[in-house]
Design a protein around this ligand. Structure first.
Ligand SMILES: *[C@@H]1O[C@H](CO)[C@@H](O)[C@H](O)[C@H]1NC(C)=O
Ligand SMILES: *[C@@H]1O[C@H](CO)[C@@H](O)[C@H](O)[C@H]1NC(C)=O
Ligand SMILES: *[C@@H]1O[C@H](CO)[C@@H](O)[C@H](O)[C@H]1NC(C)=O
Ligand SMILES: *[C@@H]1O[C@H](CO)[C@@H](O)[C@H](O)[C@H]1NC(C)=O
Length: 399
């Protein structure tokens, strides 16, 4: 069958999406956020989010990497992070109920279990036996791919995944090189159940979705990355390289593979590259989407790390990152956390040639884009419209 029917559940998608939007509003109301508050640094214009090279707040350079309602109102309403009683948001009810149950049992100290070690709500629960709801355990049985492409997406983003499959996520876009693409996703915080069937159908059709049973939220992105590293380490240990990408990028795998990774050479080991942030530190203001409380990460600086929109690591390192993550407190910034893992492993990142990973949007230019790996802030729909031109032989670029 050359043209499979779109899965039936896909036809429900518009309705589900409007439900999802409603859900976000309900969620915001529950958490006491302003419904139409000012746009966060994530919003259009992003005046507070300079993501320039080497800026002191390098972690700012990730607006829009997950299109989640963010912004000052959201984090500002959390209350003091260090007063357990202050955290009473509906979204974090697990904490309120667990602390109330431990306080009610404090009168019977002799039999009560010790209270669980306190964890800030922004710190993803870990290690924790997250289960795969969708998995592809046999993909690497017959061949060890040269590159595993892990793309972080949200559960409802069917259209984004469809566009990515046809553009930079195309597994056969680099002749002679085995590329394996997998989308990473969690469970929608409100519409996990209705989206489940949609995802199952999409997964049955494309066999390229990994899903674990954690809530798919911005502050849980680290869990998504670690799911990808877990998959490589368990099911694809022979992969030469792993590329983790966000959805909102323009990626040129041919350049990455041909110029940077070079399949004709033996695969590098303990290797990681991307756009490197050095001497940056956590943002301590709750006004930011990228807020990291001291309880979650006490140091003032991060070890050097690669910006989250797209970074590459050797397959052996993916397994080591996954292993060492089991021993570390997690950080809600997934890219900084991978840097912390490398630091714990006694390893560092490798600089990439200048201009190859771009955290700023650049205007599309075929010849320029054919000599770089990544440009941030391109939505999948836009890449879809540019792709025929990018792939076409119309423009000849000077050597
Ligand atoms: C992927 O690329 C190959 C080679 O260019 C092309 O034949 C194929 O149609 C593409 N697949 C998709 C889903 O766009
Ligand atoms: C992260 O996922 C876990 C597991 O589903 C959930 O308990 C937690 O509330 C989520 N954290 C955030 C900040 O959404
Ligand atoms: C945090 O700071 C301590 C004390 O200076 C240092 O030993 C440790 O390596 C730092 N951790 C990271 C991840 O940079
Ligand atoms: C290639 O050039 C021709 C003639 O200039 C034009 O009609 C066509 O649309 C171009 N194709 C692409 C993919 O840009």
């Amino acid at each position: 069958m050359r043209c499979p029917q779109p899965p039936r559940a896909l036809l429900l998608l518009p309705a589900l999406l409007s439900l999802a939007l409603l859900g976000v509003r309900v969620q915001r109301r529950l958490s006491g956020e302003p419904l139409d508050g000012p746009q966060g640094p994530d919003g259009p214009g992003a005046p507070n989010a300079p993501d320039g090279p080497g800026g002191p707040n390098g972690v700012l350079g990730r607006p829009g990497s997950q299109g989640r309602p963010g912004g000052p109102g959201r984090l500002g309403s959390h209350g003091r992070p260090d007063g357990p009683g202050a955290i009473n948001m509906a979204a974090f009810q697990w904490r309120a109920s667990s602390s109330s149950s431990s306080s009610s049992s404090s009168s019977v100290k002799a039999t009560a279990k010790p209270p669980p070690p306190s964890r800030h709500p922004l710190q993803p629960p870990y290690p924790y036996p997250y289960r795969f709801l969708l998995n592809e355990p046999h993909k690497c049985r017959e061949r060890a791919p040269f590159l595993v492409l892990l793309v972080a997406t949200e559960p409802a983003d069917t259209a984004g995944r469809a566009a990515i499959r046809q553009t930079w996520g195309n597994e056969s876009s680099v002749p002679g090189v085995s590329i394996l693409r997998l989308f990473l996703t969690g469970v929608h915080p409100v519409f996990g159940a209705p989206l489940r069937r949609v995802l199952e159908e999409e997964s049955a059709l494309h066999r390229d979705i990994l899903q674990q049973d954690f809530l798919d939220t911005y502050n849980n992105l680290t869990l998504k990355t670690l799911m990808g590293m877990e998959w490589v380490s368990r099911h694809c240990p022979g992969a030469a390289y792993v590329l983790k990408a966000d959805r909102d990028v323009f990626l040129n795998l041919a350049f990455l593979v041909g110029r940077l990774l070079q399949p004709q050479l033996p695969p590098k080991r303990d290797f990681m590259t991307g756009y490197i942030y050095r001497d940056t530190g956590p943002l301590r203001s709750k006004a930011y989407k990228w807020y990291v409380p001291r309880q979650v990460y006490p140091n003032d600086t991060y070890p050097p790390y690669c910006g989250g929109p797209a970074y590459v690591l050797s397959g052996d390192l993916a397994a080591k990152v996954y292993a060492v993550a089991q021993t570390l407190p997690l950080l809600n910034m997934e890219d900084s956390f991978v840097g912390v893992c490398l630091h714990a492993l006694g390893l560092g990142v490798t600089s990439s040639p200048w201009g190859v990973f771009n955290m700023h949007r650049l205007p599309y230019d075929k010849c320029k884009f054919s000599r770089l790996v990544m440009v941030h802030h391109y939505q999948p729909e836009e890449v879809l419209s540019l792709w025929p031109h990018f792939q076409g032989a119309n423009v000849t670029c000077p050597p």
